[in-house]
Design a protein around this ligand. Structure first.
Ligand code: AZC
Length: 832
């Protein structure tokens, strides 16, 4: 019988060592059996993928007992389950993470070795499920990890996109997108549940009727129906038995429709129907922040939300639960507004499908939902044209009107005569074309509303959701983001993990507050030496990968200055480029200029339709081409655009960074989470007072952080007073020279047009205030250089960063959600 894991004593094989219930011999046997019985190969004829699959199944076997026991627990009437609704889960590869959480890493590595296999090669074979765009999707994945690790009964609900975020290739300096065929070679981590299906309706009309008790009721007569099928993926916690469930929905045609069409001889109609249905979960929309307002996207949202809510209602009824107490069994979190239509859908399920009256149903709904906002950018706040919405969801439209009518009555009650406020707060924007405002629906239908960093929550209260805050301040709370130290330190940075564990034991992996105990070694020169050795190793690994992927040679002893994240003007990758060009100009002016050798590394995807972002990628690559080959530079500066940044290669990037670039315009980045991943791996941050940077700086100490730039308040008041980028341009000769370099065509073989959209946008609009921050950024970079030249000082700062980052573990964030919003407790899983 499998025992609960006990805290491990040994320091050396910490976090990646450990034992489980299975002997090496048992592992080897299971592995061979999977090669033969599951993959249908003799060992000699097995492909790399066969071997990976066999190993994945071997590891999955180890999860199953825990999984089944956990799912049994989820079926207990007396516990409360967290339901995390998210259109995105950016999980990353499973195999290595599961090995670490199981404590089987070392055993499996040895088993593989004895079979003549290099486990790294097998890790490499795994296609990552890229079912997300960036921060929001990755946060959902970190939260699933922490929920399981903290033994919280929880389910993730989302969409099983057949094609996730596109693969990025860089061709001639430009981004080229390729479809992500992650399911092509099979997915050993999911179990299809063809018996768990729901019908989801679209279109049509509604019809009033009287029920048996003579009550007024409405039924929805849809135009079309699609079937959702469940696919489950186990999410194991770190060294616990809790193995929660991520349930993703795939859209299929409803069989009966096909047969009907078939019977009347409309074969092609039936085929169309099938294709139309399956389209819903075909592809992830690759836009990070701004919305596109596409009908299919709205269909995706409703599709997965409806399946998930129907699933919860079914589970609850199976337990004999009384729907008026639904919120005592489920706490549902809306990850941004993508699932916000759930508010109307739960009302529909309770009132129309289960005969509840409006008021009790509304109370259940509000008590069930919590809403997390992830962005302040106005263009990213979802709203749907009323015509589109009502056409697809006639019944939901009516429900939303009714919610709105009651809500606006309350507003009028609280603020008599304030019709401007009523218009601002309405769930329907009627200022021009009419829209349904999803954030308003989410606020009204939830008992808790949170931002993802202190500054972000404050700005939500003061600006974006100010009216809502004034009316219901008790709903608002902050939950600063966190990231899982399992994937982003233990898995990504085994060298550093071993070094830390050797000093303070391994409990930091689940209690990263304990990293503070590293502070007392900061003055130990031998420790600092070791610290640098680990970093250098990580940089060498990344340098190898860079050579493989780009052909560029970089010097691991240079400063690795890294900015990886989605491409967006507000994130200001181009500000980083301006700094590079400034240094280049100094060298060109004086080849003897004493520049601190640096490797600038960029990575990130641009939304395929985002013109400026794609130009910025081209600019980075064009500057790289010139700088990397200039003999005056002589290798002292290198610029790299690392293609196809994703969870899988992030593993090599964060641990190799000396400097982390977190340089968004203050007030624009809700939180950021990459900032945390870098700092946990010992990078120092150069950054603005934006998002979680503010709190990171507070934790690590102002003296261990390179701050620069406008504050969010400065940005607002500059905007108000008519920001003139030209003024900054005129008063800064170095800035002029930098801009001149670009617009002269120097980086584009004389082509002065190529980058003129970028240059013009900076000189004449500069929405994100790069020019205003340029001077301060240059100064801060100068301080970075100085600090880096003193390696002992730099190492001290790096150690203190790691030691003080405990707060940013997703375990801390999840504990806060559990206590303040979800009101749930851990339920340890036993295997007997
Ligand atoms: C992101 C925010 O931009 C980022 O600052 C934050 O850290 C992250 O969410 C997690 O909270 N927002 C998104 O990714 N938003 C969308 C719509 O993708």
């Amino acid at each position: 019988m499998v025992k609960r894991f006990e805290a491990r004593q040994s320091a050396a094989d910490v976090c990646v060592g450990g034992r489980s219930d299975m002997s090496l011999e048992g592992l080897r046997r299971t592995f061979r059996e999977h090669v033969f019985y599951t993959q249908g190969r003799f060992p000699m004829g097995a492909s790399r993928n066969d071997l990976y699959m066999a190993l994945a199944y071997t590891v999955r076997d180890q999860l199953l007992h825990r999984w089944i026991r956990t799912v049994e627990q989820l079926g207990r009437e007396d516990i409360k389950i967290v339901s995390y609704l998210s259109a995105e889960f950016l999980l990353g590869p499973h195999l290595e993470n599961n090995l670490i959480n199981l404590g089987l890493y070392e055993d499996v590595r040895r088993t593989a070795e004895e079979e003549g296999l290099d486990i790294q090669v097998l890790f490499d074979q795994e296609e990552e499920p890229g079912l997300g765009n960036g921060g929001l999707g990755r946060l959902a994945a970190c939260y699933l990890d922490s929920l399981a690790t903290l033994e919280i009964p929880a389910m993730g609900y989302g969409i099983r996109y057949e094609f996730g975020i596109f693969d990025q290739e860089i061709r001639d300096g430009w981004q080229v997108e390729h479809t992500d065929q992650w399911l092509r070679l099979g997915n050993p981590w999911e179990i299809a549940r063809p018996e768990i299906t729901y019908h989801v309706n679209f279109g049509g009309r509604t019809e009033p009727y009287e029920d048996e008790q003579g009550r007024y009721r409405v039924r929805w007569i849809p135009y079309r129906t699609v079937k959702g099928v469940a696919y489950d993926t186990p999410i194991l916690g770190y060294r616990v038995n809790t193995c929660n469930l991520l349930r993703l929905w795939k859209a299929e045609a409803v069989e009966s429709f096909e047969f009907e069409a078939f019977n009347v001889g409309d074969y092609y109609g039936a085929v169309d129907q099938k294709i139309y249905s399956e389209n819903i979960t075909k592809v992830l929309y690759p836009n990070d922040e701004p919305i596109q307002g596409k009908q299919l996207r709205l269909e995706q949202q409703y599709f997965f939300v409806s399946c998930s809510l129907q699933d919860m209602v079914r589970i609850y009824k199976l337990l004999g639960g009384d729907l008026s107490r639904f919120s005592s069994h489920f706490a549902i979190q809306l990850n941004d507004t993508h699932p916000a239509i759930g508010v109307a859908e739960l009302m529909r399920l309770l009132v129309d499908e289960n005969g509840m009256d409006w008021e009790p149903a509304w109370e259940v709904t509000c008590n069930t939902f919590g809403y997390t906002n992830h962005t302040l950018l106005p263009e990213a706040l979802e709203k749907w044209p009323v015509d589109l919405f009502a056409g697809l969801f006639p019944r939901h439209m009516e429900i939303i009107y009714e919610i709105n009518r009651r809500f606006l009555d309350e507003v009028r009650n609280r603020f008599p005569g304030d019709e401007d406020r009523v218009a601002r707060m309405s769930l329907i924007d009627e200022s021009g074309e009419r829209y349904v405002r999803m954030a308003h629906l989410a606020c009204v239908g939830s008992h808790a509303v949170n931002g993802v960093a202190e500054l972000h929550t404050r700005l939500l209260k003061e600006e974006v959701l100010r009216d809502f805050y004034e009316m219901m301040p008790e709903k608002f709370n902050n939950k600063t983001n966190g990231v899982t130290p399992r994937r982003f330190v233990v898995l990504s940075n085994p060298g550093l993990s071993r070094l830390i564990t050797g000093k303070i034991g391994e409990t930091w992996v689940s209690r990263p507050e304990e990293l503070r105990r590293l502070e007392k070694f900061v003055d130990d020169p031998a420790f600092r030496e070791e610290w640098r050795r680990v970093k250098l190793e990580n940089k060498k690994n990344l340098a190898r990968l860079i050579r493989e992927r780009t052909g560029i040679e970089v010097d691991p002893s240079s400063m690795f200055d890294i900015q990886v994240k989605r491409l967006h003007e507000y994130k200001r990758q181009h500000l980083n480029v301006l700094h590079i060009i400034a240094l280049y100009n100094r060298i060109k002016q004086d080849p003897a200029y004493d520049v601190c050798p640096r490797t600038f590394i960029f990575g990130g995807k641009a939304a395929p339709g985002y013109f400026m972002a794609k130009r910025i990628i081209k600019l980075i690559n064009s500057v790289a081409d010139v700088v990397n080959h200039d003999s005056d530079v002589n290798g002292r500066l290198k610029v790299v655009f690392f293609p196809d940044f994703n969870v899988k290669n992030a593993k090599f990037i964060y641990p190799a960074a000396d400097l982390s670039e977190q340089i968004s315009t203050a007030g624009k980045e809700a939180s950021g989470t990459g900032n945390m991943k870098f700092s946990m791996n010992g990078a120092l941050t150069i950054g603005t007072l934006d998002g979680a940077n503010v709190e990171i700086r507070e934790e690590v100490g102002a003296e261990n952080f390179f701050l620069f730039g406008l504050t969010a308040e400065d940005v607002t008041s500059l905007q108000k007073n008519g920001y003139q980028p030209m003024e900054y341009y005129r008063s800064n000769p170095e800035l002029q020279a930098v801009i001149e370099r670009i617009s002269s065509g120097y980086f584009s073989n004389g082509d002065q047009e190529l980058f003129s959209p970028l240059v013009d946008s900076l000189l004449f609009h500069d929405t994100f205030m790069l020019l205003a921050d340029f001077g301060a950024y240059m100064d801060a970079q100068r301080q970075v250089e100085e600090a880096y030249r003193d390696q002992e000082r730099w190492t001290r700062m790096s150690i203190l960063n790691v030691a003080r980052m405990g707060k940013f573990s997703s375990d801390r964030a999840i504990r806060e959600y559990c206590k303040d919003i979800w009101k749930v407790e851990p339920v340890p899983v036993t295997l007997e």
